[in-house]
Each structure stands twice: as C-alpha cells, then as structure tokens.
Design a binder for this molecule. Structure first.
Ligand code: ADP
Ligand code: TYD
Length: 207
C-alpha cells in the first residue's frame, strides 16, 4: 500500500491555518483521498492532556526549556499513536502545527534554543513533514483575528505584537532555510485566494 503524506500548516496565531486545513481536507476527500486532520500541541489523548497544561495558566508558568520538553513529549505521543499509524495505512495527515512551531516559538521566539530543538527532534521524533505551508500574515491582523476567538488557551496569544512580529520573521527565515519542503503563502488575502494557492501546490504533489 502507498504511504500517506504528512502535510503541516504553520504560521503565527490567527494566520488562518485551521481554516485552510479544513478547506484542503474537503478537496482531498472529494478527490478520493483518505485524510485525517489533526493539530499540535495535541492530536492524541495524551498529547491533548499536555496541551491543557502548556496552553493554560499564566505567562510564567513554564520556562522555555520546560515548554520545549512538553511540546516534544506531546509530539512523540501524537506521532506514535496517530501520525505514523495513519501514514502506514495510506492516509494523508494534515496537521495544524508541527515541529516548525517549536523551532520558531521555542527556538527563536523566546530564548536561543534552536539547536536544542533540532537535537531533540532528531533524537525523539525523527520525522519531518513531507510538505509544509507557512501562512504569512501581518501580526496586527493575526492578533485581531485570534483575540476575537473565545476560550482560555490564551497563554501564547497574550504575548503581544512585538513577539508576534519576531515569530513572523522566524517563520519567514525558516521558509527560506527549508525551501525544499516549505511553501510560503500570503495569508493577508481572502480565504478562497489563499486556498487556491495551496491547492495549486498540492496538485503538483504525487499523493
Ligand atoms: P489559526 O488556526 O491560524 O489560528 P484560524 O483559521 O482559526 O487561524 O483563523 C482565525 C480567524 O480568522 C477565524 O475566525 C477565521 O474565520 C478567520 N480567517 C481565517 N482566514 C481568513 C482570511 N483569509 N481572511 C479573513 N479572515 C480569516
Ligand atoms: P493554537 O490555539 O493551536 O494556535 P493558533 O492560535 O495558531 O490557532 O495554540 C497553540 C499555541 O502553542 C500557539 O501560540 C503556538 C504554541 N506552540 C509552541 O509554542 N510550540 C509548539 O511546538 C507548538 C506546536 C505550539
């Protein structure tokens, strides 16, 4: 049986990742593919428990080093229990965030931990995405969209505009650094336009 692909969506908060994942999933399913939609942190019962710990509470609850370990632990569980079985069964996995979020948020966003992120990834995860879309958006627009949502997972969104801007630049640098796998998409446009760009890339990919 042909393996599925791991396709990840990255970008700052409110960039439109969840919206675009659902639009792409519909198209892929309509074309006869088996698809699962998942997210990080989370995506498996154990990883969702870690998500609760890491995204709720006050800003200083965890150090960046502890966050790196928690996000990596969540990813390991997600990988073992959801991503790898799905790929082995020929399903395509669309994930709202994956290791590039750790590279950017923990690696450049808050503390120079990038080297440690990569070491842990190699040792404990060992799988890169087959294709990654970085949805780029003005931080002001993203923050407006994100704070309009309700809920109590606000630890990261409360970090403010200056940090969102640094994170955005982190994702742009990553897109340049990993251009063989990462496609940069302009998210400052209507949903359908963004979706059309993403679909054009997918059409070129042997699925
Ligand atoms: P993310 O998953 O990256 O945080 P979402 O897909 O949840 O972003 O989008 C955040 C909010 O912005 C949602 O209310 C969504 O409906 C809206 N949104 C998403 N994409 C666009 C777009 N291209 N233009 C305007 N609003 C958008
Ligand atoms: P989420 O609500 O999924 O993101 P969004 O606001 O984009 O819909 O929140 C996840 C938060 O966790 C987000 O602010 C990014 C952060 N994060 C990290 O810091 N490191 C990671 O490895 C991952 C996966 C997420």
């Amino acid at each position: 049986m042909k393996s599925g692909k791991l396709i990840t969506f990255e970008g700052i908060d409110g960039s439109g990742k969840s919206t675009q994942i659902l639009m792409l999933a519909e198209k892929l399913i309509a074309a006869g593919n088996e698809v699962i939609v998942t997210r990080e942190p989370g995506g498996s019962p154990g990883a969702e428990e870690i998500r609760n710990m890491v995204l709720k509470g006050d800003k200083g609850r965890w150090s960046t080093e502890t966050e790196l370990l928690l996000f990596t632990a969540a990813r390991r569980d997600h990988l073992e229990r959801v991503i790898e079985p799905a790929i082995a069964a020929g399903r395509h996995v669309l994930s709202d965030r994956y290791v590039d979020s750790t590279r950017v948020y923990q690696g450049v966003g808050r503390g120079e931990l990038r080297r440690k992120v990569d070491i842990l990834h190699t040792q404990m995860i060992g799988r890169e995405a087959d294709l990654t879309f970085v949805i780029d958006i003005e931080p002001e627009v993203g923050l407006d969209r994100a704070v309009a949502r309700t809920g109590d997972e606000k630890r990261f969104e409360s970090f403010g505009l200056e940090l969102q801007d640094r994170l955005r630049r982190g994702f742009l640098d990553l897109a340049r650094e990993c251009s063989e796998r990462v496609v940069l998409v302009d998210g400052n446009r209507p949903k359908d336009k963004v979706a059309a760009d993403i679909h054009n890339v997918i059409k070129e990919m042997p699925l």
